[in-house]
Design a protein around this ligand. Sequence first.
Ligand SMILES: [Zn+2]
Ligand SMILES: [Zn+2]
Length: 105
Amino acid sequence: MDLKLIKQLILEDKLVRFYQSKAWRSLRINVLERDNYECQECKRQGRVSPAQNVHHIKEVKKHPELALVEDNCEGICIKCHNKEHERLEKYIRKKKPKFISEERW
Ligand SMILES: [Zn+2]
Ligand SMILES: [Zn+2]
């Protein structure tokens, strides 16, 4: 999975393929292990919740070059993940993005 392909998938609105890729799946596991399977957002607020998802701190659609950078990813629980994307939504104001379910891959 190289940058050119990721950009292509963004253009075609097929990012789900990125989330199904081996490269993402293995990175995702690395991130969850690094974060001890704990939601980093909850942690910042002094709570402990299990992380089910991995979130891109800088969105893939805006920063495709960071799609596979471990430092741009963090473990997050579904609740915080939804919140995080709702917050991002307010800036983008487009049709509802699909990454929430995609990032669960
Ligand atoms: Zn959380
Ligand atoms: Zn996310």
